[in-house]
Design a protein around this ligand. Structure first.
Ligand code: C2E
Ligand code: MG
Ligand code: MG
Ligand code: MG
Length: 292
């Protein structure tokens, strides 16, 4: 009994040479509690067509609503979940819930949409990942072709041979792969040739100072050009201003995502945004607001 207590204490207080800082240990304990209490939620951020501003799909973004800490941002809890393995549980839940939600979104929109889900390195490498994916698709009745999985360059680089075998299986299910935070990772462009990738998401770091930052502009242009020649779609992340949208649209960036066209929001708000979109599309063109 005393030994058990000792063990538990050891687990909590043992000094660490690596891993999250001490104060995060209580956050880690709170996470297990949060799973039991159902404190994790999914928010949805619209991905829109830059030219028409119609919603094409949503990115699923996880939120943790703690009773006293309030909203804990993913940058704080995802790394912990990645370290202790809880990401596999949370990620499986998110994938399934997102697929089910897509069906509701499509009913509201009366047209096909897609859902984009972030997959962490540890989830991607988990033995059960394909099973989790197949279960989410079967349970929701959603086609794999409506799913985009967002991974980072780093995820591909850890073990390229394994990554390739997983990506081939994704392709068999017609699920698309997006490279998230494109351009910020530590990798070579050779993987764009080797792996079946469909989408590049230009990181917000290259968007935020547009249109007045020549170097960022040059990088965006180069990515758009590269994508065009490799037959990939591009999504610009973190678009906050009309000037940024205009800049990207003029240079042939087809899709954008950012606070300008919609913040991450709960499912009910996303449903409302889709209905607005639908009514807007039914209105005669001359009464529609905004540039065309
Ligand atoms: P990400 O996948 O690159 O997601 C984009 C982040 O940019 C989101 O932050 C989003 O809220 C934020 N964002 C979108 N538009 C704008 C904008 O116009 N301006 C600014 N300043 N920010 C914008 P969030 O939701 O805090 O998520 C941060 C990261 O946490 C994500 O980056 C992703 O790497 C990770 N994450 C979130 N949800 C999940 C999840 O379900 N699973 C996994 N594995 N990771 C997740
Ligand atoms: Mg993402
Ligand atoms: Mg991103
Ligand atoms: Mg990013």
């Amino acid at each position: 009994r005393a030994k058990e207590t000792g063990k538990a204490r050891c687990l909590v207080y043992s000094p660490r040479t690596s891993g999250p800082p001490e104060h995060d240990i209580s956050l880690e304990a709170a996470m297990f509690q949060a799973v039991r209490e159902g404190e994790f939620l999914l928010y949805y951020q619209p991905i829109v067509d830059a030219a028409t501003r119609r919603i094409q799909g949503f990115e699923t973004l996880m939120r943790w609503k703690h009773p006293t800490l309030g909203m804990v941002p993913p940058v704080r809890f995802i790394p912990i979940a990645e370290t202790n393995g809880l990401i596999n549980l949370l990620g499986a839940w998110a994938l399934k819930a997102a697929c089910v939600q897509l069906k509701h979104f499509e009913e509201a929109a009366k047209r096909p949409l897609y859902i984009s889900v972030n997959i962490s390195p540890r989830q991607f490498r988990n033995d059960k990942f394909l099973e989790v994916l197949d279960h989410a698709l079967a349970f929701s009745g959603m086609s794999g072709s409506q799913l985009v999985l967002e991974i980072t360059e780093g995820t591909l680089m850890i073990d390229p041979v394994h990554a390739e075998s997983i990506l081939v299986k994704m392709a068999e299910r017609q699920a698309r792969i997006a490279i998230d935070d494109f351009g910020t990772g530590y990798s070579s462009l050779a993987y764009l040739k080797r792996f079946p990738i469909s989408v590049l998401k230009i990181d917000r770091a290259f968007i935020k100072d547009l249109p007045d930052a020549p170097k960022d502009g040059a990088i965006c242009n180069a990515v758009l050009d590269l994508a065009k020649h490799l037959d990939l779609s591009v999504v610009a992340e973190g678009v906050e201003t009309e000037a940024q949208l205009d800049y990207l649209d003029r240079r042939g960036c087809q899709y954008i995502q950012g606070y300008l066209t919609g913040k991450p929001m709960p499912a009910h708000a996303a449903m409302a945004a889709l209905k607005e979109d639908l009514y807007a599309s039914l209105m005669p063109i001359e009464t529609q607001a905004g540039p065309r």
